[in-house]
Design a protein around this ligand. Structure first.
Ligand SMILES: NC(=O)c1ccc[n+]([C@@H]2O[C@H](COP(=O)([O-])OP(=O)(O)OC[C@H]3O[C@@H](n4cnc5c(N)ncnc54)[C@H](OP(=O)(O)O)[C@@H]3O)[C@@H](O)[C@H]2O)c1
Length: 243
Protein backbone atom coordinates (compact mmCIF):
# COMPACT_ATOMS: atom_id res chain seq x y z
CA UNK A 1 0.00 0.00 0.00
CA UNK A 2 1.38 3.42 -0.99
CA UNK A 3 0.71 5.79 1.92
CA UNK A 4 2.23 8.88 0.33
CA UNK A 5 3.22 10.06 3.80
CA UNK A 6 6.97 10.23 3.25
CA UNK A 7 8.38 13.67 4.27
CA UNK A 8 4.91 15.04 4.95
CA UNK A 9 4.74 17.05 8.20
CA UNK A 10 2.26 15.49 10.61
CA UNK A 11 1.42 16.71 14.10
CA UNK A 12 0.49 14.13 16.75
CA UNK A 13 -0.92 15.45 20.02
CA UNK A 14 -0.87 13.11 23.02
CA UNK A 15 2.39 11.75 21.61
CA UNK A 16 3.72 11.12 25.11
CA UNK A 17 0.88 8.67 25.79
CA UNK A 18 0.39 5.07 24.69
CA UNK A 19 -1.64 5.41 21.47
CA UNK A 20 0.06 8.67 20.45
CA UNK A 21 3.58 7.25 20.82
CA UNK A 22 2.66 4.16 18.79
CA UNK A 23 1.30 6.47 16.08
CA UNK A 24 4.48 8.58 16.08
CA UNK A 25 6.58 5.43 15.66
CA UNK A 26 4.48 4.05 12.80
CA UNK A 27 4.46 7.41 11.01
CA UNK A 28 8.24 7.58 11.39
CA UNK A 29 8.51 4.15 9.74
CA UNK A 30 6.45 5.57 6.86
CA UNK A 31 9.02 8.36 6.55
CA UNK A 32 6.72 11.15 7.70
CA UNK A 33 8.15 14.34 9.22
CA UNK A 34 6.48 13.83 12.61
CA UNK A 35 5.93 16.61 15.12
CA UNK A 36 5.22 14.96 18.46
CA UNK A 37 3.30 17.10 20.95
CA UNK A 38 2.63 16.65 24.65
CA UNK A 39 3.61 18.21 27.97
CA UNK A 40 6.02 15.58 29.33
CA UNK A 41 9.42 16.88 28.14
CA UNK A 42 11.35 13.78 29.17
CA UNK A 43 9.05 11.53 27.16
CA UNK A 44 9.18 13.89 24.16
CA UNK A 45 12.98 13.83 24.21
CA UNK A 46 12.96 10.02 24.37
CA UNK A 47 10.59 9.86 21.38
CA UNK A 48 12.76 12.28 19.41
CA UNK A 49 15.88 10.21 20.18
CA UNK A 50 14.09 7.02 19.12
CA UNK A 51 12.33 8.21 15.96
CA UNK A 52 13.99 11.45 14.85
CA UNK A 53 10.69 13.32 15.24
CA UNK A 54 10.44 17.01 16.02
CA UNK A 55 8.72 17.97 19.28
CA UNK A 56 6.32 20.65 20.41
CA UNK A 57 4.90 21.39 23.82
CA UNK A 58 1.53 22.96 24.57
CA UNK A 59 -1.35 22.48 26.94
CA UNK A 60 -4.60 21.50 25.24
CA UNK A 61 -6.56 23.65 27.70
CA UNK A 62 -4.75 26.84 26.64
CA UNK A 63 -5.90 28.55 23.46
CA UNK A 64 -2.91 30.92 23.67
CA UNK A 65 -0.42 28.05 23.83
CA UNK A 66 -2.11 26.15 20.98
CA UNK A 67 -2.29 29.28 18.83
CA UNK A 68 1.33 30.23 19.34
CA UNK A 69 2.54 26.63 18.81
CA UNK A 70 0.56 26.06 15.60
CA UNK A 71 0.37 29.46 13.91
CA UNK A 72 2.38 29.29 10.71
CA UNK A 73 3.40 25.65 11.29
CA UNK A 74 3.51 23.87 7.92
CA UNK A 75 1.39 20.73 8.26
CA UNK A 76 -0.04 18.08 5.97
CA UNK A 77 -1.69 16.07 8.73
CA UNK A 78 -2.89 16.18 12.31
CA UNK A 79 -3.67 13.41 14.79
CA UNK A 80 -5.67 14.71 17.74
CA UNK A 81 -4.74 12.04 20.28
CA UNK A 82 -4.29 14.05 23.49
CA UNK A 83 -7.03 13.25 25.97
CA UNK A 84 -8.07 12.58 29.53
CA UNK A 85 -10.38 9.93 30.97
CA UNK A 86 -11.90 11.99 33.78
CA UNK A 87 -13.98 10.06 36.29
CA UNK A 88 -16.23 7.04 36.44
CA UNK A 89 -19.56 8.50 37.56
CA UNK A 90 -23.25 8.47 36.78
CA UNK A 91 -25.18 11.57 35.66
CA UNK A 92 -26.57 11.65 39.21
CA UNK A 93 -23.26 11.74 41.06
CA UNK A 94 -20.96 13.39 38.52
CA UNK A 95 -18.55 16.08 39.71
CA UNK A 96 -19.31 18.86 37.25
CA UNK A 97 -15.80 20.32 37.56
CA UNK A 98 -14.48 17.01 36.19
CA UNK A 99 -17.02 17.19 33.35
CA UNK A 100 -15.77 20.70 32.53
CA UNK A 101 -12.15 19.55 32.50
CA UNK A 102 -12.84 16.49 30.30
CA UNK A 103 -14.71 18.66 27.81
CA UNK A 104 -11.93 21.25 28.00
CA UNK A 105 -9.16 18.78 27.10
CA UNK A 106 -10.92 16.29 24.82
CA UNK A 107 -13.47 18.40 22.94
CA UNK A 108 -12.37 22.05 23.19
CA UNK A 109 -8.69 21.08 22.82
CA UNK A 110 -9.40 19.02 19.70
CA UNK A 111 -11.41 21.85 18.15
CA UNK A 112 -8.72 24.44 18.92
CA UNK A 113 -6.01 22.27 17.36
CA UNK A 114 -8.16 21.83 14.23
CA UNK A 115 -8.88 25.58 14.17
CA UNK A 116 -5.23 26.72 14.23
CA UNK A 117 -3.76 23.80 12.25
CA UNK A 118 -6.28 24.10 9.44
CA UNK A 119 -5.58 27.85 8.99
CA UNK A 120 -2.11 27.09 7.68
CA UNK A 121 -3.19 23.90 5.90
CA UNK A 122 -5.78 25.89 3.92
CA UNK A 123 -3.25 28.64 3.10
CA UNK A 124 -0.68 26.14 1.82
CA UNK A 125 -3.36 24.64 -0.51
CA UNK A 126 -1.73 21.19 -0.51
CA UNK A 127 -4.71 19.32 0.93
CA UNK A 128 -4.29 17.24 4.06
CA UNK A 129 -5.82 14.87 6.55
CA UNK A 130 -6.91 15.09 10.18
CA UNK A 131 -7.65 12.11 12.41
CA UNK A 132 -9.37 12.66 15.74
CA UNK A 133 -9.01 9.94 18.35
CA UNK A 134 -12.48 9.46 19.77
CA UNK A 135 -13.71 6.36 21.61
CA UNK A 136 -16.25 3.54 21.53
CA UNK A 137 -17.72 5.40 24.51
CA UNK A 138 -19.30 7.89 22.09
CA UNK A 139 -21.04 5.14 20.10
CA UNK A 140 -22.80 3.15 22.84
CA UNK A 141 -23.88 3.80 26.41
CA UNK A 142 -21.12 2.69 28.79
CA UNK A 143 -21.90 2.78 32.51
CA UNK A 144 -20.05 5.49 34.43
CA UNK A 145 -18.86 7.30 31.30
CA UNK A 146 -21.16 10.31 31.20
CA UNK A 147 -18.40 12.97 31.03
CA UNK A 148 -15.94 11.11 28.84
CA UNK A 149 -18.64 9.90 26.41
CA UNK A 150 -20.00 13.44 26.12
CA UNK A 151 -16.55 14.76 25.23
CA UNK A 152 -16.01 12.08 22.59
CA UNK A 153 -19.53 12.55 21.21
CA UNK A 154 -18.53 16.16 20.64
CA UNK A 155 -15.35 14.99 18.90
CA UNK A 156 -17.42 12.80 16.54
CA UNK A 157 -19.76 15.71 15.76
CA UNK A 158 -16.93 18.18 15.11
CA UNK A 159 -15.27 15.55 12.89
CA UNK A 160 -18.33 15.39 10.62
CA UNK A 161 -18.82 19.16 10.50
CA UNK A 162 -15.11 19.76 9.85
CA UNK A 163 -15.15 17.15 7.06
CA UNK A 164 -17.96 19.15 5.47
CA UNK A 165 -16.23 22.51 5.88
CA UNK A 166 -12.70 21.45 4.92
CA UNK A 167 -13.58 19.14 2.02
CA UNK A 168 -13.40 21.99 -0.49
CA UNK A 169 -9.75 22.45 0.53
CA UNK A 170 -9.10 18.73 -0.05
CA UNK A 171 -8.57 18.27 3.68
CA UNK A 172 -10.15 15.06 4.96
CA UNK A 173 -11.31 14.75 8.57
CA UNK A 174 -12.04 11.40 10.19
CA UNK A 175 -12.22 9.89 13.66
CA UNK A 176 -11.25 6.53 15.10
CA UNK A 177 -13.22 5.09 18.00
CA UNK A 178 -11.08 2.55 19.87
CA UNK A 179 -12.24 0.10 22.47
CA UNK A 180 -10.20 -0.28 25.64
CA UNK A 181 -6.42 -0.15 25.30
CA UNK A 182 -4.62 -0.98 28.52
CA UNK A 183 -2.77 2.31 28.87
CA UNK A 184 -2.62 4.05 32.27
CA UNK A 185 -5.80 5.92 31.26
CA UNK A 186 -7.81 2.67 31.22
CA UNK A 187 -6.00 0.01 33.15
CA UNK A 188 -7.07 1.01 36.66
CA UNK A 189 -10.74 0.60 35.69
CA UNK A 190 -11.05 -1.83 32.78
CA UNK A 191 -8.29 -4.04 34.22
CA UNK A 192 -10.73 -5.11 36.98
CA UNK A 193 -12.23 -8.53 36.15
CA UNK A 194 -15.70 -7.49 37.28
CA UNK A 195 -15.61 -4.44 34.93
CA UNK A 196 -13.56 -5.62 31.94
CA UNK A 197 -14.80 -9.22 31.94
CA UNK A 198 -18.35 -8.56 30.67
CA UNK A 199 -17.06 -6.27 27.88
CA UNK A 200 -14.53 -8.83 26.64
CA UNK A 201 -17.24 -11.49 26.84
CA UNK A 202 -19.60 -9.48 24.59
CA UNK A 203 -16.98 -8.36 22.07
CA UNK A 204 -16.77 -10.67 19.02
CA UNK A 205 -12.95 -10.69 19.04
CA UNK A 206 -12.73 -11.19 22.85
CA UNK A 207 -9.50 -9.20 23.36
CA UNK A 208 -8.31 -5.72 24.26
CA UNK A 209 -6.98 -3.46 21.54
CA UNK A 210 -3.28 -2.65 21.56
CA UNK A 211 -1.68 0.72 20.89
CA UNK A 212 -0.56 -0.59 17.48
CA UNK A 213 -4.10 -1.77 16.68
CA UNK A 214 -5.03 1.93 16.89
CA UNK A 215 -1.94 3.36 15.18
CA UNK A 216 -2.50 1.31 12.00
CA UNK A 217 -6.00 2.65 11.20
CA UNK A 218 -4.92 6.19 12.18
CA UNK A 219 -2.03 6.07 9.71
CA UNK A 220 -4.30 4.53 7.06
CA UNK A 221 -6.81 7.39 7.44
CA UNK A 222 -3.97 9.94 7.11
CA UNK A 223 -2.65 8.23 4.01
CA UNK A 224 -3.41 8.50 0.30
CA UNK A 225 -4.92 5.00 0.52
CA UNK A 226 -7.88 6.71 2.24
CA UNK A 227 -8.14 9.50 -0.34
CA UNK A 228 -11.93 9.11 -0.71
CA UNK A 229 -12.73 8.71 2.99
CA UNK A 230 -13.85 11.69 5.05
CA UNK A 231 -16.36 12.31 7.85
CA UNK A 232 -16.31 8.76 9.21
CA UNK A 233 -16.03 7.60 12.81
CA UNK A 234 -14.27 4.25 12.51
CA UNK A 235 -14.67 1.81 15.39
CA UNK A 236 -11.49 -0.07 16.36
CA UNK A 237 -13.40 -2.19 18.77
CA UNK A 238 -13.20 -5.88 17.93
CA UNK A 239 -16.84 -5.63 16.88
CA UNK A 240 -18.08 -4.46 20.30
CA UNK A 241 -20.39 -1.77 18.92
CA UNK A 242 -21.65 -4.04 16.10
CA UNK A 243 -23.47 -6.49 18.37
N1 LIG B 1 -6.71 3.89 26.43
C1 LIG B 1 -7.94 3.63 26.02
O1 LIG B 1 -8.57 2.64 26.43
C2 LIG B 1 -8.60 4.52 25.01
C3 LIG B 1 -9.74 4.04 24.37
C4 LIG B 1 -10.38 4.87 23.44
C5 LIG B 1 -9.89 6.12 23.18
N2 LIG B 1 -8.77 6.56 23.84
C6 LIG B 1 -8.30 7.91 23.51
O2 LIG B 1 -7.02 7.80 22.94
C7 LIG B 1 -6.27 8.97 23.22
C8 LIG B 1 -4.93 8.57 23.80
O3 LIG B 1 -5.16 7.81 24.96
P1 LIG B 1 -4.03 6.91 25.68
O4 LIG B 1 -4.71 5.70 26.17
O5 LIG B 1 -2.84 6.81 24.80
O6 LIG B 1 -3.77 7.83 26.96
P2 LIG B 1 -2.50 8.21 27.79
O7 LIG B 1 -1.42 7.18 27.61
O8 LIG B 1 -3.02 8.53 29.13
O9 LIG B 1 -2.03 9.56 27.05
C9 LIG B 1 -2.78 10.74 27.13
C10 LIG B 1 -2.05 11.79 26.34
O10 LIG B 1 -2.80 13.01 26.37
C11 LIG B 1 -1.95 14.07 26.73
N3 LIG B 1 -2.66 15.10 27.48
C12 LIG B 1 -3.55 14.92 28.49
N4 LIG B 1 -3.96 16.12 28.95
C13 LIG B 1 -3.32 17.06 28.20
C14 LIG B 1 -3.32 18.47 28.19
N5 LIG B 1 -4.08 19.19 29.05
N6 LIG B 1 -2.54 19.11 27.29
C15 LIG B 1 -1.75 18.42 26.43
N7 LIG B 1 -1.71 17.07 26.39
C16 LIG B 1 -2.49 16.41 27.27
C17 LIG B 1 -0.86 13.45 27.58
O11 LIG B 1 0.29 14.27 27.49
P3 LIG B 1 1.31 14.57 28.73
O12 LIG B 1 1.38 13.29 29.52
O13 LIG B 1 2.60 14.90 28.05
O14 LIG B 1 0.71 15.67 29.47
C18 LIG B 1 -0.66 12.11 26.89
O15 LIG B 1 0.23 12.24 25.81
C19 LIG B 1 -7.13 9.81 24.17
O16 LIG B 1 -7.79 10.81 23.43
C20 LIG B 1 -8.12 8.80 24.71
O17 LIG B 1 -9.32 9.42 25.11
C21 LIG B 1 -8.12 5.79 24.73
Amino acid sequence: METGLSTRPILVTGATGGIGAATVKLLAIEGADVIAAGRNQKRLTELADETGCRTLSFDLTSEDEIKSALSGLDLYGVVNCGGWGGEIATPMDTDISVFDKVIDINARGTLLVMKYASETMIKSAKGGAIVNVSSQASLVGLAGHVSYASSKGAVDAMTRVSALELGKHNIRVNAVNPTVVMTPMSEWYWGRDDIGGPLIETMPLHKWATENDCAGPIVFLLSDAAAMITGVCLPIDGGFTAV
